[in-house]
Design a protein around this ligand. Structure first.
Ligand code: ZN
Length: 508
C-alpha cells in the first residue's frame, strides 16, 4: 500500500479512537459528579447513563473495522521510529484492542453482573464480620479470573494477563524478585523501629477547622506546580483523581477536622497523580497515549509528591512555620521536630490504607502472594482467612482479631477480578525513590530548593523525562530511559533506611 493511503488509514484510526476517548471522558465527568455533588436520588439514572456510555465506547473500540485498520497499519508502524507518537499509538491501540476482543462479550457481561452482587454482599459481610457469606462469591470470582487468563495463553503465568491489565509488561517473574528482595529488609526495619519508644501523635490530633486545612493543601500543591487553570479540587468520601482532557484534571479530598494528616497527605497524593496527567504532551491529547504508563508509574508520582517531598525534613522546615501560623492554638507550642516525627510515625497496624511508608508495602506484598497462590490453585478460598492471618503474623508481627479487619478489609477482590490490582502500589513506591534519585542526581539543588518551597526544577525534570511521554512506553522501557537501568529496589531501601534510621536512631 502507498504511503498516502497508509496515512489516511492512520488518520481514520485516530479519529475512531478520539470518539472512544470522548465517550470515556463523558463517562468520567458523570463518575466525578456521582462521587462529589450528585444527590442520592440520582444514583439509578446515573449508573444507567454511565453503563450506556461505556457500552458505546466498548462497541466503537472493538468494531472489527478497528482490527482491520490495525492489521493494515503494521507496515506503517514498522516504517516509523519506535518512539514516534504514531508508532506508539498503533502499538498501544493493538494491545488494548486484543485485551478487549479476546474475552467473549457474554462472559464480560456475566462477570460485571457477578461483580455487582459480590460488591453489594461485601458491603454487608464486612461490618458483620462474615467471611462465610462472601466465600462462594469469591470462589466464583477466582473461577472467572482464571477463565479470563485462559484467553491469553501467550503469557507464562496465570496471573500475568491480570497484572498486565494494570501494569503492562510486568509479570510474576519480574515482580517476584523485587518483592523478595524488599520484604526481608522491611521486616527487619519494622522490627528495629518497633523496639523504640512510640512517637507522640498528639500534634496532629486536635481540632483543625476544614477551611484552613483545605487552604493549606491548595497552597502547597500550587507551589508544587498543580495547574489550577487546568484542574480543581472538590470534596468526596474516598479521594481520587480523574481526567476529562489534558485541560481538565480533577482531584478530590475529604477532611477530618480531628486529624490534620488525612486531607493534607491525600491532597499531595492526588496532586501527584494529577500533575502527571497535566504534564502529558499536548500532541497526545484525545489519543490512548494521553494517560499514565501504568498503575505503578502513576503511583510513583503520587508517592513522590506525598512522601519523598511532602514528608521530608526540608519540606517541613519551610512549611511548618506557615502551618503554625494557620493553627497557632494547636501547633504554636509544638516543635518542628515533634511535628516531623508525628507525620512520619511508623507502627505495626492492621489496615493497609492507614499504614505508614515503612509498613505499607508489607501489607501489599502479602496480598500479591496470596492472590498469586489462589490463581495457581495452591491456596483455596476457604483457607484464605487463615493464610491471611499467618502472613500478618510472620510479616507484620500482628494478627487481626477478626476477618473484618483481616481478609475482608479491601474492596479489590470483591469488586474486580482476583489478581493484578495490588502490585502497582509497592512497585509505585519502589519507582518513586528510583525516579527521585535520578532527578536529584541530575540536579542536586532540588533538595535545597524543597527547603525553600521551590519545586520547579523537580517538576520540570519529571515533565521532561516522564510526564510528557504519557503511555508511549511500558514501565520497563520508561525506567530504562529515565534512570539508565532496570527497576531496582536499592534506591527505595536506601531512602527508607536513611530516613527512618535517623528518625528512630536505629542501625539498619
Ligand atoms: Zn494513588
Amino acid at each position: 500500500m502507498e504511503c498516502g493511503a497508509l496515512e489516511a488509514k492512520f488518520r481514520e484510526l485516530k479519529a475512531r479512537l478520539a470518539e472512544v476517548d470522548d465517550l470515556r471522558a463523558a463517562a468520567s465527568v458523570l463518575g466525578w459528579d456521582q462521587q462529589t455533588y450528585m444527590p442520592p436520588g440520582g444514583a439509578e439514572g446515573r449508573s444507567r447513563q454511565m453503563a450506556t456510555l461505556s457500552r458505546l465506547a466498548h462497541e466503537k473500540f472493538t468494531d472489527p473495522a478497528v482490527g482491520h485498520l490495525l492489521d493494515d497499519l503494521r507496515p506503517y508502524e514498522e516504517s516509523l521510529p519506535y518512539d514516534s507518537d504514531e508508532a506508539a499509538l498503533i502499538r498501544v491501540a493493538r494491545r488494548d484492542y486484543l485485551k478487549l476482543t479476546r474475552v467473549p462479550a457474554s462472559l464480560v457481561a456475566e462477570v460485571i453482573g457477578h461483580q455487582g452482587l459480590s460488591y453489594q454482599t461485601w458491603t454487608e459481610a464486612r461490618p458483620a464480620n462474615d467471611f462465610a457469606r462472601v466465600r462462594p462469591l469469591l470462589e466464583k470470582t477466582l473461577d472467572y479470573s482464571r477463565q479470563f487468563s485462559s484467553f491469553f495463553p501467550d503469557f507464562e503465568h496465570i496471573a500475568d494477563p491480570l497484572i498486565d491489565l494494570h501494569d503492562e509488561g510486568m509479570t510474576v517473574a519480574t515482580v517476584r524478585p523485587l518483592f523478595d528482595a524488599l520484604r526481608p529488609e522491611l521486616v527487619s526495619l519494622v522490627e528495629a523501629i518497633a523496639g523504640q519508644p512510640p512517637v507522640d501523635l498528639s500534634p496532629v490530633y486536635g481540632h483543625f477547622p476544614q477551611d484552613r486545612q483545605l487552604a493549606f493543601g491548595l497552597e502547597i500543591i500550587g507551589d508544587y506546580g498543580f495547574d489550577f487553570n487546568r484542574g480543581r479540587q472538590d470534596l468526596t468520601h474516598h479521594p481520587f483523581m480523574t481526567k476529562f482532557s489534558l485541560g481538565d484534571v480533577r482531584i478530590t479530598t475529604r477532611v477530618r477536622e480531628d486529624d490534620l494528616t488525612d486531607a493534607l497527605f491525600s491532597t499531595l497524593h492526588e496532586a501527584g497523580h494529577a500533575m502527571y496527567e497535566q504534564g502529558i504532551h499536548p500532541d497526545l491529547e484525545g489519543t490512548l497515549l494521553a494517560d499514565g504508563a501504568s498503575s505503578a508509574v502513576h503511583e510513583s508520582q503520587s508517592r513522590l509528591w506525598e512522601n519523598l517531598v511532602g514528608r521530608s525534613r526540608p519540606f517541613w522546615e519551610h512549611y511548618y512555620p506557615r502551618l503554625q501560623a494557620l493553627f497557632p492554638e494547636q501547633l504554636g507550642a509544638v516543635s518542628l521536630d515533634a511535628f516531623y516525627r508525628a507525620v512520619n510515625n511508623v507502627r505495626r497496624s492492621l489496615i493497609r490504607t492507614d499504614a505508614d511508608e515503612v509498613t505499607y508495602n508489607l501489607h501489599v506484598m502479602l496480598r500479591f502472594d496470596l492472590e498469586v497462590a489462589l490463581l495457581e490453585g495452591k491456596l483455596e478460598v476457604r483457607h484464605l482467612p487463615e493464610a491471611w492471618n499467618d502472613r500478618y503474623r510472620s510479616d507484620l508481627g500482628i494478627v487481626p482479631p477478626d476477618d473484618r479487619d483481616g481478609v475482608l478489609q479491601d474492596v479489590h477482590w470483591f469488586s474486580g477480578l482476583i489478581g493484578g490490582m495490588f502490585q502497582g502500589y509497592t512497585l509505585g513506591n519502589i519507582l518513586s525513590a528510583q525516579f527521585f534519585e535520578a532527578a536529584t542526581t541530575a540536579h542536586p539543588e532540588i533538595l535545597t530548593e524543597i527547603g525553600q518551597g521551590r519545586f520547579s526544577t523537580l517538576h520540570g525534570w519529571l515533565k521532561e523525562n516522564l510526564y510528557r511521554h504519557g503511555r508511549k512506553f511500558t514501565t520497563h522501557e520508561l525506567v530504562q530511559r529515565v534512570t539508565g537501568g532496570p527497576i531496582s529496589v536499592e534506591p527505595y531501601l536506601r531512602y527508607l533506611k536513611t530516613k527512618y534510621g535517623e528518625l528512630y536512631g536505629v542501625e539498619v
